[in-house]
Design a protein around this ligand. Structure first.
Ligand SMILES: N[C@@H](CCC(=O)N[C@@H](CS)C(=O)NCC(=O)O)C(=O)O
Length: 217
């Protein structure tokens, strides 16, 4: 299908942006990348607020229409560019994949966010150890649950799909914390199956292409 390039806005390390970016890469549609700087306030500057009045990434502009909210963007891409599919062909498998996305957004990422807040974004003497211990305990429960959902190399089976493109950007933060703050030993909370999964996903060319720029090196 011929199409104008999609204008894509994201921010380095945004897990919501990453799922949309992976969907774009998976579809192989033309797009232009606009990597906004959170620290420079670009998500709340007038040019971007004209695209998304909420000032959040990801957002796209395609053929004159602006769209935001990562899951809406992913569904738009699937509807507008049906092949290659993002979601399983079987209706029940597709519902399950979307259920995993919903569980990522409602449970896994929120608890991971609490761990990120205590580890990545605080000075060592400011860490609330009780809050961190509680969040990690809950995180371990979520990780066990998600490990049990793997159906082979990926969440849907033999090939990555939209569920992987959502769950992986969350899980990747565990390696990010490990790289930046190894003293917390957060990577030890990963079940073996998810450790192997993270390595498998990280090696995919579309993941390497979309790797957060400030995580490189
Ligand atoms: N529900 C939104 C969440 C988007 C979101 O929270 N984006 C964050 C980055 S991960 C953001 O743009 N934050 C900038 C800000 O709040 O100033 C989605 O799924 O797209």
């Amino acid at each position: 299908m011929t199409t104008e390039p999609i204008v894509f806005y994201t921010g380095s390390g945004s897990p919501y942006g990453w799922r949309a970016w992976l969907a774009l890469e998976h579809k192989g549609v033309p797009y232009t990348l606009n990597m906004l700087s959170f620290s420079a306030g670009e998500t709340h500057a007038a040019p971007f607020l004209a695209v998304n009045p909420r000032g959040k990434v990801p957002a796209i502009v395609h053929e004159g229409t602006a769209l935001w909210e990562s899951n809406a963007i992913v569904e738009y891409l699937e509807d507008r560019f049906p092949e290659p599919r993002l979601w399983p062909a079987d209706v029940k498998d597709r519902a399950r994949a979307r259920r995993l996305v919903a569980e990522n957004d409602a449970y896994l990422y929120p608890v991971l966010r609490r761990v990120i807040a205590e580890t990545l974004y605080k000075a060592p003497d400011a860490v609330d150890q009780d809050a961190l211990a509680k969040a990690r305990e809950e995180l371990r429960g979520e990780l066990e649950r998600f490990a049990g959902e793997l159906r082979g190399p990926f969440f849907g089976g033999d090939a990555p799909d939209g569920a992987d493109f959502t769950i992986f950007p969350s899980l990747a933060f565990i390696d990010r914390i490990e790289a930046r703050k190894p003293a917390f030993g957060v990577a030890a909370d990963l079940p073996a199956a998810l450790r192997a999964y993270l390595d498998r996903m990280t090696a995919l060319p579309i993941v390497q292409t979309s790797w957060p720029p400030h995580w490189r090196g």
